[in-house]
Design a protein around this ligand. Structure first.
Ligand code: PLP
Length: 369
C-alpha cells in the first residue's frame, strides 16, 4: 500500500516475501529437503558453491538441523564483499573457502591464468564437484538451476495462489528475478499451470541483470553448468561456461546459464524477459525500503525495479493491474552495496558482446537450437 501511494499508481502490488527464513532467502525451501534426503541415505558430508552467500548459508543451516558436515566454495568477490555471510555459515558449523581456491585442480587452473580472479559461480561449482567426485562419502548439492530445486521452490507459488484467492485477487503481471531461475520458477510455475488450464491469463516476466543477460543475450544450446566442464551438459540459455560476468552486487544473478526448465518455458513463449542496470535496481530497492520497510537483497531489487516500472506504466495509462512480485530475500548482509549506492559510487557495469562470443566458442556443441 505504501509503495503504491509513493508511486501514485492505481496498480495493486503484492509481494511474496521469503526473507523470513533463518538464512534470509527462499534457498531454505530446497536446502532442507536436499539435506534431509542425504541424511536418509547415510551421507555424512555435502559440498557446494555459493555466489552471494545465501545458498551456502541455507545449506549450512540445513546441515546443522540434520547433523551433516558442510563445506562451501564462496565466489571470491562475495567472500571479500560479504564477510558476515561467511561468519553465518561458520556459526552453523560449515567450512568456507574463497573460490578460486588452491585446494582443487579447477581452482588452481584459474589462479594460474589470473591470480586476482574475482571468481564466478561456474568456477565455484567446478571446485565443489571436483571434491565430491573424488570422495565416495561426499555429495554435491546445487542451490538452483536443476529440476528438483525448482520443484522444491514451487511451494512459493502454491502458497501464493491460495493467499491471492483469500484476498479475492487475480494476478495480471507476475515478476521475479532470475539467476539460475529457482525463485522465479518457484513463484511462477504454479501460476503457469493455472494459465495453461485457462483459469487466469497473467503476463509472466523474468528480470535479469544487464551485466549477465543469459536469457536476453545468450544462446540456447547444450552447455556445461560449470567452468571446468565437469557437470552433464544441459540444454539451456547460456553466455558460455567460460563467461565471467562483471562483479555486480547481485552475486546470485552472476551465473552464465539459465535453468533448463525456465529456458524451455521461455522457448515455448509462456513468459517474457527484461534486463535491468544495477543503479535502477538500487534506486527501486531504496524506494521499497523507505515505503514498505523491508531492505531487499540486490537480486530481488531487480524484481522491485521492474515492478516499479510496471506500476508507473499503470499510473500513465490509468490501469489498475494486480502485480505480484517475488521478494526472495533480505539484504541485511548487502549493506556495503547500499552504502556505495547512497554515496553515489555505485556504477552500472557493462556486458561485453566480444567476451560472450569468446566464451561461446568453447561450448561443446555451438548449435543454436
Ligand atoms: C540465490 C538467490 C537468487 C538467484 O537464484 P535463483 O535460482 O535465480 O532464485 C536470487 N535472489 C536471492 C535472494 C537468492 O538467494
Amino acid at each position: 500500500k505504501r509503495l503504491e501511494k509513493l508511486l501514485n499508481t492505481p496498480a495493486r502490488i503484492y509481494y511474496k516475501y521469503e526473507g523470513v527464513s533463518p538464512a534470509g532467502s527462499h534457498k531454505a525451501n530446497t536446502a532442507v529437503p536436499q539435506v534431509w534426503y542425504n541424511a536418509q541415505q547415510g551421507v555424512k558430508n555435502v559440498v557446494t558453491e555459493t555466489g552471494a552467500g545465501q545458498w551456502g548459508s541455507s545449506l549450512a543451516f540445513a546441515c546443522a538441523l540434520f547433523g551433516l558436515n558442510c563445506e562451501v566454495w564462496q565466489v571470491r568477490t562475495s567472500y571479500d564483499q560479504k564477510p558476515y555471510r561467511k561468519l553465518m555459515m561458520e556459526t552453523w558449523g560449515a567450512k568456507v573457502h574463497p573460490s578460486p581456491s588452491g585446494l582443487t585442480k579447477s581452482g588452481q587452473r584459474v589462479l594460474e591464468k589470473d591470480p586476482s580472479s574475482p571468481g564466478s559461480l561456474g568456477i565455484a561449482i567446478s571446485e565443489a564437484v571436483e571434491i565430491a567426485a573424488a570422495n565416495a562419502d561426499t555429495k554435491y548439492c546445487l542451490g538452483s538451476v536443476l529440476n528438483h530445486v525448482l520443484l522444491h521452490q514451487t511451494v512459493i507459488g502454491e502458497e501464493c495462489i491460495k493467499q491471492l484467492e483469500a484476498f479475492g485477487e487475480t494476478p495480471d503481471v507476475i515478476i521475479g528475478c532470475t539467476g539460475g531461475g529457482s525463485n522465479f520458477a518457484g513463484l511462477v510455475f504454479p501460476f503457469i499451470r493455472e494459465k495453461l488450464s485457462g483459469k487466469i491469463d497473467p503476463v509472466i516476466r523474468a528480470v535479469e541483470p544487464e551485466a549477465c543477460p543469459s536469457l536476453t543475450k545468450g544462446v540456447y544450446a547444450y552447455d556445461y553448468g560449470d567452468t571446468a566442464g565437469m557437470t552433464p551438459l544441459m540444454k539451456m540459455h547460456t553466455l558460455g561456461h567460460d563467461f565471467v560476468p562483471d562483479p555486480i552486487h547481485a552475486g546470485g544473478l552472476r551465473y552464465h546459464g539459465m535453468s533448463p526448465l525456465v529456458s524451455h518455458v521461455y522457448e515455448l513463449g509462456f513468459m517474457e524477459v527484461t534486463s535491468m542496470p544495477q543503479t535502477e535496481c538500487f534506486e527501486g530497492a531504496i524506494k521499497f525500503a523507505r515505503s514498505e520497510g523491508l531492505i531487499a537483497a540486490p537480486e530481488p531489487a531487480h524484481a522491485i525495479a521492474a515492478t516499479i516500472r510496471e506500476a508507473l506504466h499503470c499510473r500513465d495509462t490509468g490501469e489498475s493491474k494486480v502485480i505480484v512480485m517475488a521478494m526472495c530475500g533480505h539484504g541485511h548482509f548487502d549493506l556495503t552495496s547500499y552504502e556505495k549506492y547512497l554515496q553515489g559510487s555505485l556504477v552500472d557495469l557493462s556486458f561485453s558482446e566480444d567476451k560472450m562470443q569468446a566464451s561461446l566458442a568453447s561450448i561443446p556443441r555451438p548449435v543454436l537450437l
